[in-house]
Design a protein around this ligand. Structure first.
Ligand code: NDP
Length: 334
Protein backbone atom coordinates (compact mmCIF):
# COMPACT_ATOMS: atom_id res chain seq x y z
CA UNK A 1 0.00 0.00 0.00
CA UNK A 2 1.34 3.43 -0.94
CA UNK A 3 1.76 5.71 2.08
CA UNK A 4 2.14 9.44 2.64
CA UNK A 5 4.36 10.69 5.45
CA UNK A 6 3.19 13.57 7.65
CA UNK A 7 4.54 15.24 10.76
CA UNK A 8 2.03 15.75 13.57
CA UNK A 9 2.02 19.48 12.76
CA UNK A 10 1.29 18.82 9.08
CA UNK A 11 -1.51 16.42 10.04
CA UNK A 12 -3.00 19.03 12.35
CA UNK A 13 -2.83 21.74 9.67
CA UNK A 14 -4.44 19.43 7.13
CA UNK A 15 -7.30 18.56 9.49
CA UNK A 16 -7.79 22.24 10.40
CA UNK A 17 -8.01 23.33 6.76
CA UNK A 18 -10.58 20.66 5.91
CA UNK A 19 -12.72 21.31 8.97
CA UNK A 20 -12.69 25.09 8.48
CA UNK A 21 -13.57 24.80 4.79
CA UNK A 22 -16.38 22.40 5.69
CA UNK A 23 -18.00 24.94 8.01
CA UNK A 24 -16.46 24.51 11.48
CA UNK A 25 -15.38 27.63 13.34
CA UNK A 26 -11.82 27.77 14.67
CA UNK A 27 -12.70 26.64 18.21
CA UNK A 28 -14.56 23.53 17.06
CA UNK A 29 -12.03 22.72 14.32
CA UNK A 30 -9.12 23.02 16.77
CA UNK A 31 -10.72 20.68 19.33
CA UNK A 32 -11.51 18.05 16.67
CA UNK A 33 -8.13 18.33 14.90
CA UNK A 34 -6.22 18.06 18.18
CA UNK A 35 -8.11 14.93 19.18
CA UNK A 36 -7.56 13.34 15.77
CA UNK A 37 -3.84 14.07 15.76
CA UNK A 38 -3.57 12.86 19.35
CA UNK A 39 -4.90 9.52 18.03
CA UNK A 40 -2.41 9.51 15.11
CA UNK A 41 0.36 10.33 17.59
CA UNK A 42 -0.43 7.16 19.56
CA UNK A 43 -0.92 5.18 16.32
CA UNK A 44 -4.61 4.67 16.99
CA UNK A 45 -5.34 5.21 13.30
CA UNK A 46 -9.00 4.25 13.46
CA UNK A 47 -9.64 7.52 15.36
CA UNK A 48 -7.19 9.63 13.40
CA UNK A 49 -7.39 11.29 9.96
CA UNK A 50 -9.30 8.23 8.75
CA UNK A 51 -12.36 9.92 10.32
CA UNK A 52 -11.83 13.34 8.74
CA UNK A 53 -13.95 12.86 5.57
CA UNK A 54 -16.81 11.56 7.73
CA UNK A 55 -16.66 14.59 10.04
CA UNK A 56 -16.39 17.08 7.17
CA UNK A 57 -19.41 15.61 5.40
CA UNK A 58 -21.40 15.72 8.64
CA UNK A 59 -20.78 19.48 8.94
CA UNK A 60 -21.31 20.20 5.23
CA UNK A 61 -24.61 18.34 5.22
CA UNK A 62 -25.82 20.36 8.22
CA UNK A 63 -26.14 17.24 10.36
CA UNK A 64 -23.43 18.32 12.86
CA UNK A 65 -23.03 21.86 14.23
CA UNK A 66 -19.55 23.07 13.33
CA UNK A 67 -20.06 26.19 15.44
CA UNK A 68 -21.28 24.43 18.58
CA UNK A 69 -21.17 26.19 21.95
CA UNK A 70 -21.38 23.42 24.58
CA UNK A 71 -23.12 24.33 27.84
CA UNK A 72 -22.32 23.04 31.31
CA UNK A 73 -24.86 22.40 34.06
CA UNK A 74 -24.60 21.11 37.65
CA UNK A 75 -27.41 18.56 38.12
CA UNK A 76 -26.50 17.56 41.70
CA UNK A 77 -23.50 18.23 44.00
CA UNK A 78 -21.50 15.44 42.31
CA UNK A 79 -23.22 15.28 38.91
CA UNK A 80 -22.35 17.52 35.96
CA UNK A 81 -23.84 17.56 32.49
CA UNK A 82 -22.42 19.07 29.33
CA UNK A 83 -24.77 19.60 26.39
CA UNK A 84 -22.68 19.50 23.23
CA UNK A 85 -25.02 21.75 21.20
CA UNK A 86 -25.15 19.17 18.41
CA UNK A 87 -21.43 19.56 17.73
CA UNK A 88 -18.49 17.15 17.79
CA UNK A 89 -17.51 15.65 21.12
CA UNK A 90 -14.00 17.09 21.72
CA UNK A 91 -15.09 20.66 22.54
CA UNK A 92 -17.68 19.48 25.08
CA UNK A 93 -15.17 17.05 26.56
CA UNK A 94 -12.63 19.86 26.93
CA UNK A 95 -15.22 21.99 28.73
CA UNK A 96 -16.28 19.14 31.02
CA UNK A 97 -12.79 18.04 32.10
CA UNK A 98 -11.86 20.78 34.63
CA UNK A 99 -15.39 20.82 36.05
CA UNK A 100 -15.29 17.05 36.61
CA UNK A 101 -11.84 17.26 38.24
CA UNK A 102 -12.99 20.00 40.64
CA UNK A 103 -16.23 18.19 41.45
CA UNK A 104 -14.47 14.85 42.13
CA UNK A 105 -11.90 16.53 44.38
CA UNK A 106 -14.66 18.23 46.34
CA UNK A 107 -16.92 15.19 46.70
CA UNK A 108 -14.49 12.28 46.47
CA UNK A 109 -16.40 11.00 43.44
CA UNK A 110 -18.27 12.72 40.61
CA UNK A 111 -19.87 11.90 37.31
CA UNK A 112 -20.05 13.74 34.00
CA UNK A 113 -22.81 13.17 31.47
CA UNK A 114 -21.88 14.41 28.00
CA UNK A 115 -24.95 14.60 25.78
CA UNK A 116 -26.10 15.82 22.38
CA UNK A 117 -22.79 15.44 20.58
CA UNK A 118 -21.32 13.58 17.63
CA UNK A 119 -18.88 10.70 17.67
CA UNK A 120 -17.39 10.13 21.04
CA UNK A 121 -14.38 8.29 19.63
CA UNK A 122 -11.72 6.61 21.80
CA UNK A 123 -12.02 6.66 25.59
CA UNK A 124 -8.34 6.91 26.49
CA UNK A 125 -7.84 10.66 25.93
CA UNK A 126 -10.50 11.52 28.53
CA UNK A 127 -9.55 8.99 31.20
CA UNK A 128 -5.83 9.53 30.72
CA UNK A 129 -6.26 13.29 31.23
CA UNK A 130 -8.20 12.66 34.47
CA UNK A 131 -5.52 10.30 35.79
CA UNK A 132 -2.82 12.88 34.97
CA UNK A 133 -4.80 15.12 37.32
CA UNK A 134 -4.51 12.43 40.00
CA UNK A 135 -7.95 10.83 39.65
CA UNK A 136 -9.06 7.31 38.94
CA UNK A 137 -11.45 7.40 35.97
CA UNK A 138 -13.99 5.46 33.93
CA UNK A 139 -15.62 6.39 30.60
CA UNK A 140 -18.31 4.68 28.53
CA UNK A 141 -20.09 5.39 25.26
CA UNK A 142 -22.55 3.72 22.88
CA UNK A 143 -22.65 4.27 19.11
CA UNK A 144 -24.67 2.62 16.29
CA UNK A 145 -26.09 -0.92 16.44
CA UNK A 146 -23.23 -3.05 15.14
CA UNK A 147 -23.17 -5.92 17.61
CA UNK A 148 -25.67 -8.74 18.19
CA UNK A 149 -26.85 -9.50 21.74
CA UNK A 150 -25.66 -12.84 23.15
CA UNK A 151 -27.27 -15.61 21.12
CA UNK A 152 -28.67 -13.18 18.51
CA UNK A 153 -27.64 -12.46 14.93
CA UNK A 154 -28.97 -8.97 14.39
CA UNK A 155 -27.08 -5.79 15.35
CA UNK A 156 -28.51 -4.09 18.45
CA UNK A 157 -25.66 -2.77 20.64
CA UNK A 158 -22.84 -0.48 19.68
CA UNK A 159 -19.34 -1.88 19.96
CA UNK A 160 -19.52 0.14 23.15
CA UNK A 161 -16.07 0.90 24.54
CA UNK A 162 -15.01 1.42 28.14
CA UNK A 163 -11.93 3.24 29.36
CA UNK A 164 -10.25 3.05 32.75
CA UNK A 165 -7.27 5.00 34.09
CA UNK A 166 -5.22 4.91 37.27
CA UNK A 167 -2.74 7.64 38.26
CA UNK A 168 0.96 6.87 38.70
CA UNK A 169 3.73 8.89 40.25
CA UNK A 170 6.24 10.48 37.84
CA UNK A 171 5.07 8.42 34.90
CA UNK A 172 2.11 8.25 32.55
CA UNK A 173 -1.07 6.71 34.00
CA UNK A 174 -2.14 3.12 33.63
CA UNK A 175 -4.92 3.17 31.01
CA UNK A 176 -6.95 0.58 29.24
CA UNK A 177 -9.57 1.32 26.64
CA UNK A 178 -11.38 -1.43 24.83
CA UNK A 179 -14.47 -2.17 22.78
CA UNK A 180 -17.00 -4.64 24.16
CA UNK A 181 -17.01 -6.31 20.74
CA UNK A 182 -14.29 -8.77 19.73
CA UNK A 183 -12.96 -6.08 17.33
CA UNK A 184 -13.49 -2.32 17.11
CA UNK A 185 -15.54 -1.45 14.00
CA UNK A 186 -12.92 1.01 12.75
CA UNK A 187 -10.38 -1.82 12.78
CA UNK A 188 -12.69 -4.02 10.68
CA UNK A 189 -13.23 -1.14 8.25
CA UNK A 190 -9.48 -0.72 7.96
CA UNK A 191 -9.10 -4.49 7.28
CA UNK A 192 -11.77 -4.20 4.55
CA UNK A 193 -10.01 -1.17 3.06
CA UNK A 194 -6.62 -2.92 3.08
CA UNK A 195 -7.91 -6.29 1.83
CA UNK A 196 -7.08 -8.16 5.04
CA UNK A 197 -9.23 -10.84 6.71
CA UNK A 198 -10.54 -10.70 10.32
CA UNK A 199 -10.56 -13.46 12.96
CA UNK A 200 -13.60 -15.75 12.89
CA UNK A 201 -14.63 -14.52 16.35
CA UNK A 202 -15.14 -10.96 15.01
CA UNK A 203 -18.67 -11.52 13.78
CA UNK A 204 -21.18 -13.19 11.52
CA UNK A 205 -22.26 -12.43 7.97
CA UNK A 206 -25.83 -11.47 6.97
CA UNK A 207 -26.57 -15.23 6.91
CA UNK A 208 -25.69 -15.45 10.64
CA UNK A 209 -22.64 -17.65 9.98
CA UNK A 210 -19.10 -16.84 11.24
CA UNK A 211 -16.83 -15.39 8.55
CA UNK A 212 -13.31 -13.97 8.17
CA UNK A 213 -14.39 -11.58 5.38
CA UNK A 214 -14.53 -8.04 6.89
CA UNK A 215 -17.18 -6.76 4.46
CA UNK A 216 -19.43 -9.68 5.41
CA UNK A 217 -19.08 -8.83 9.10
CA UNK A 218 -19.80 -5.15 8.37
CA UNK A 219 -22.98 -6.18 6.54
CA UNK A 220 -23.92 -8.76 9.21
CA UNK A 221 -23.29 -8.39 12.95
CA UNK A 222 -20.23 -8.07 15.15
CA UNK A 223 -19.94 -10.27 18.23
CA UNK A 224 -18.98 -9.47 21.82
CA UNK A 225 -15.52 -10.34 23.12
CA UNK A 226 -15.70 -13.49 25.19
CA UNK A 227 -19.22 -14.20 23.91
CA UNK A 228 -22.01 -13.28 26.32
CA UNK A 229 -19.60 -11.50 28.71
CA UNK A 230 -18.73 -8.81 26.18
CA UNK A 231 -22.41 -8.60 25.20
CA UNK A 232 -23.38 -7.94 28.84
CA UNK A 233 -20.81 -5.13 29.07
CA UNK A 234 -22.25 -3.62 25.88
CA UNK A 235 -25.71 -3.86 27.45
CA UNK A 236 -24.50 -2.09 30.60
CA UNK A 237 -22.95 0.68 28.50
CA UNK A 238 -26.17 1.19 26.51
CA UNK A 239 -27.89 1.79 29.86
CA UNK A 240 -25.19 4.07 31.35
CA UNK A 241 -24.33 6.17 28.29
CA UNK A 242 -27.89 6.16 26.92
CA UNK A 243 -30.80 5.53 29.27
CA UNK A 244 -29.14 6.91 32.44
CA UNK A 245 -28.00 10.24 31.01
CA UNK A 246 -30.97 10.82 28.70
CA UNK A 247 -29.23 10.27 25.40
CA UNK A 248 -29.63 7.75 22.58
CA UNK A 249 -29.39 3.97 22.77
CA UNK A 250 -27.38 2.75 19.77
CA UNK A 251 -30.43 1.79 17.70
CA UNK A 252 -32.08 5.13 18.50
CA UNK A 253 -28.97 6.93 17.31
CA UNK A 254 -29.10 5.12 13.97
CA UNK A 255 -32.79 6.00 13.59
CA UNK A 256 -31.92 9.65 14.29
CA UNK A 257 -29.26 9.54 11.54
CA UNK A 258 -32.08 8.63 9.16
CA UNK A 259 -29.84 7.13 6.48
CA UNK A 260 -27.42 10.09 6.26
CA UNK A 261 -24.51 7.76 7.17
CA UNK A 262 -23.03 10.42 9.44
CA UNK A 263 -21.06 9.88 12.65
CA UNK A 264 -23.16 8.56 15.57
CA UNK A 265 -24.81 11.14 17.76
CA UNK A 266 -25.07 10.26 21.42
CA UNK A 267 -23.63 10.57 24.89
CA UNK A 268 -20.74 9.60 27.12
CA UNK A 269 -20.82 8.78 30.81
CA UNK A 270 -17.74 9.38 32.92
CA UNK A 271 -16.93 8.75 36.57
CA UNK A 272 -13.95 10.30 38.35
CA UNK A 273 -12.77 9.19 41.80
CA UNK A 274 -10.37 11.11 44.02
CA UNK A 275 -8.12 8.50 45.70
CA UNK A 276 -7.17 11.06 48.36
CA UNK A 277 -10.73 10.79 49.68
CA UNK A 278 -10.86 7.00 49.82
CA UNK A 279 -9.38 4.21 51.96
CA UNK A 280 -5.63 4.63 51.50
CA UNK A 281 -4.80 8.21 50.48
CA UNK A 282 -1.09 7.82 51.22
CA UNK A 283 -0.53 4.28 50.01
CA UNK A 284 -2.66 3.79 46.89
CA UNK A 285 0.05 4.82 44.43
CA UNK A 286 2.63 2.45 45.94
CA UNK A 287 0.07 -0.38 46.09
CA UNK A 288 -0.69 0.14 42.41
CA UNK A 289 3.03 0.04 41.62
CA UNK A 290 3.38 -3.21 43.57
CA UNK A 291 0.71 -4.74 41.39
CA UNK A 292 2.25 -3.42 38.15
CA UNK A 293 5.69 -4.75 39.15
CA UNK A 294 4.17 -8.16 39.88
CA UNK A 295 2.50 -8.18 36.46
CA UNK A 296 5.69 -7.19 34.66
CA UNK A 297 7.71 -9.78 36.56
CA UNK A 298 5.94 -12.38 34.42
CA UNK A 299 7.46 -13.03 31.04
CA UNK A 300 5.27 -12.04 28.10
CA UNK A 301 3.34 -9.32 29.92
CA UNK A 302 3.09 -5.60 29.37
CA UNK A 303 0.87 -2.95 30.87
CA UNK A 304 -2.10 -1.77 28.83
CA UNK A 305 -1.31 1.64 27.26
CA UNK A 306 2.45 0.98 27.08
CA UNK A 307 2.16 0.47 23.29
CA UNK A 308 0.53 3.89 22.92
CA UNK A 309 3.08 5.63 25.12
CA UNK A 310 5.96 4.13 23.14
CA UNK A 311 4.27 5.15 19.87
CA UNK A 312 3.78 8.67 21.19
CA UNK A 313 7.52 9.18 21.64
CA UNK A 314 8.36 7.75 18.19
CA UNK A 315 5.64 9.67 16.34
CA UNK A 316 6.55 13.01 17.95
CA UNK A 317 10.01 12.59 16.42
CA UNK A 318 9.31 10.80 13.16
CA UNK A 319 5.71 11.65 12.28
CA UNK A 320 3.21 9.13 10.94
CA UNK A 321 1.89 7.68 7.69
CA UNK A 322 -1.54 7.57 6.10
CA UNK A 323 -2.56 5.64 2.99
CA UNK A 324 -2.14 7.58 -0.27
CA UNK A 325 -5.82 6.98 -1.03
CA UNK A 326 -6.92 8.59 2.22
CA UNK A 327 -4.54 11.49 1.59
CA UNK A 328 -6.13 12.10 -1.83
CA UNK A 329 -9.58 11.89 -0.31
CA UNK A 330 -8.56 14.49 2.29
CA UNK A 331 -6.98 16.80 -0.29
CA UNK A 332 -10.26 16.71 -2.24
CA UNK A 333 -12.10 18.00 0.84
CA UNK A 334 -10.34 21.38 0.75
P1 NDP B 1 -7.46 -3.08 21.59
O1 NDP B 1 -7.98 -4.45 21.63
O2 NDP B 1 -6.48 -2.72 20.55
O3 NDP B 1 -6.83 -2.71 22.97
C1 NDP B 1 -7.60 -2.70 24.15
C2 NDP B 1 -6.76 -2.34 25.34
O4 NDP B 1 -5.95 -3.45 25.69
C3 NDP B 1 -5.81 -1.16 25.12
O5 NDP B 1 -5.79 -0.38 26.27
C4 NDP B 1 -4.47 -1.85 24.87
O6 NDP B 1 -3.35 -1.06 25.23
C5 NDP B 1 -4.59 -3.06 25.77
N1 NDP B 1 -3.77 -4.18 25.34
C6 NDP B 1 -3.67 -4.68 24.09
N2 NDP B 1 -2.83 -5.74 24.08
C7 NDP B 1 -2.40 -5.91 25.36
C8 NDP B 1 -1.52 -6.82 25.99
N3 NDP B 1 -0.91 -7.77 25.32
N4 NDP B 1 -1.32 -6.69 27.31
C9 NDP B 1 -1.94 -5.72 28.02
N5 NDP B 1 -2.77 -4.83 27.47
C10 NDP B 1 -3.00 -4.91 26.16
O7 NDP B 1 -8.68 -2.02 21.54
P2 NDP B 1 -10.07 -2.17 20.78
O8 NDP B 1 -9.79 -2.66 19.42
O9 NDP B 1 -11.04 -2.88 21.61
O10 NDP B 1 -10.51 -0.64 20.70
C11 NDP B 1 -9.72 0.27 19.94
C12 NDP B 1 -10.18 1.67 20.17
O11 NDP B 1 -11.45 1.87 19.54
C13 NDP B 1 -10.37 2.07 21.62
O12 NDP B 1 -9.73 3.31 21.80
C14 NDP B 1 -11.86 2.21 21.81
O13 NDP B 1 -12.26 3.22 22.70
C15 NDP B 1 -12.29 2.59 20.42
N6 NDP B 1 -13.69 2.24 20.17
C16 NDP B 1 -14.60 3.25 20.04
C17 NDP B 1 -15.93 2.96 19.81
C18 NDP B 1 -16.94 4.04 19.71
O14 NDP B 1 -18.10 3.74 19.47
N7 NDP B 1 -16.60 5.27 19.88
C19 NDP B 1 -16.39 1.60 19.68
C20 NDP B 1 -15.36 0.63 19.89
C21 NDP B 1 -14.05 0.96 20.12
P3 NDP B 1 -2.46 -0.33 24.07
O15 NDP B 1 -3.31 0.79 23.58
O16 NDP B 1 -1.20 0.10 24.75
O17 NDP B 1 -2.23 -1.39 23.02
Amino acid sequence: MELVHLTLEQGHELAMRCLLVSGCDRENATAVAQRMIQAEGDKCHSHGLFRLPWYCHAVKSGRANGKARPRIEQLAPAVIRVDGDNGFAPLGQTLGHPALVACARQNGIASLALVNMFHIAAMWPEVEALAIDGLCAFAFTASYPYMAPAGGKTPLYGTNPMGFAWPRQDQPPLVFDQASSAMARGEIEICARDGRSVPETAGVGPDGKPTTEPNEVLAGAQLGFGGYKGASLALMIELLAGALIGDFLSFESLADDAGMAGPPKGGEFMIAIDPAKHGDPHGFLQRGERLFSAILAQQGTRLPSSRRFTNRVVTAQHGFHIPQRLYQQIMALQ
